[in-house]
Write a protein that binds this ligand. Sequence first.
Ligand code: NAP
Length: 91
Amino acid sequence: MLRLGFIGAGTVGTALAVRLSSKDYRVIAVSSRSQTSARKLAQAVSGCHALNSNQAVADTAELIFITTPDDAIASVASEIQWHRKQSVVLR
Ligand SMILES: NC(=O)c1ccc[n+]([C@@H]2O[C@H](COP(=O)([O-])OP(=O)(O)OC[C@H]3O[C@@H](n4cnc5c(N)ncnc54)[C@H](OP(=O)(O)O)[C@@H]3O)[C@@H](O)[C@H]2O)c1
């Protein structure tokens, strides 16, 4: 089972993470602009950890959802050093 991560712990990110976890997907990591948001999502998803950077999520998960506001997606994606064989979903 792929390890899923979320960057952006707002309405869309939280809803997707909670729903996917309820369907037995492994949501293991989240980061957000604020640690408060990341921790809140992590508390709602069993086995999910709030990490302190977007890069840390990319270093940990195999399938990453970027669920930031649209105008932040390009900069967030370009600042990350991606790994081979990773997949990214841009909301
Ligand atoms: N909500 C909907 O029903 C809906 C439906 C269709 C499309 N959309 C689209 O989906 C996108 C997200 O919507 P949303 O409602 O989930 O927005 P939201 O609740 O504002 O969530 C966006 C999250 O992205 C985080 N974020 C912002 N900049 C970031 C960065 N540089 N690095 C990491 N995290 C960052 C914010 O962090 P902090 O909370 O930590 O500040 C926030 O938690 C929007 O573009 C919206 O147009 C939303």
